[in-house]
Design a protein. Sequence first.
Length: 294
Amino acid sequence: MSKFLYSSRVAPYVFVLPFVLSFLIFFAYPVVTTVVMSFQEVLPGQTHFIGLANYKNLWSESFFTALKNSSRYTFWTILVLIPLPLVLAVFLNAKLTKASAFFRSALFIPSLTSVVVAGTIFRLVFGSLDEAVMNGFRHLLGLPSINWLAGSTTGMLVMVILATWRFTGVNIIYFLSALQSIPHELYESAEIDGANKWDRFWRITLPLLKPVAIYVITISIYGGYSMFTESFILWNGNRSPNDIGLTMIGLLYREGIERNNLGFGSAIGITLLAITMVLNVIQLKFFGLFKKED
């Protein structure tokens, strides 16, 4: 047995076996099971196939509302959580920035906070009462109090602010790691050739940050469409007014768990998986990752 395990032909398969098993058990099997369930009506103790009925039921106002909300949330979080962390990472990476280690830690700490705790605090900060923190700021400007979580625009603003507060530090770490891997000799050579700071940033920094930026965009698309807990906590359950906080995962939870319609919930999950895969393939193709190298 020892000769078999230590064989140069067998050893590679032994090392990759834990990953293969975990992939098959925790990813492949659930996905295949979900695909099968999406064509079934799942009742306690019995299941039967109903064809495409679950997918036909997706054509509803709730589904398009959830898709719209998740798409808006994903768009705004990408628009904020790519350039903002990138600029902050450039400043923190600069030699002239004092106490950069402190600022890195301070910006990363929010990501360690429980989303339940953060959501509860933000629900109080953006409350409808006159004593709420944000309404207090409005009073200082001579503006009346508003119910932040009762409107579609202000509700989305609160969710994006919460995401910005939580994930800016994480993306800063990604960009900082990429910035510190860029050889300093490239900047020195460009400076000798007469390139100013903007030229060095545009011609050297940005192109070399492209792989990390693509990775951050990819996980941001997934994170945006899979957002659920933030909305659930902000509206104290999956019951936002006129479904202004309903997300794709929120709809899946409502149909699959609250209404015990696991077949329809599976169809929502598979549709969400397809949407995120298509969007990621489009953005990867846009950035040229499928081009053959010369």
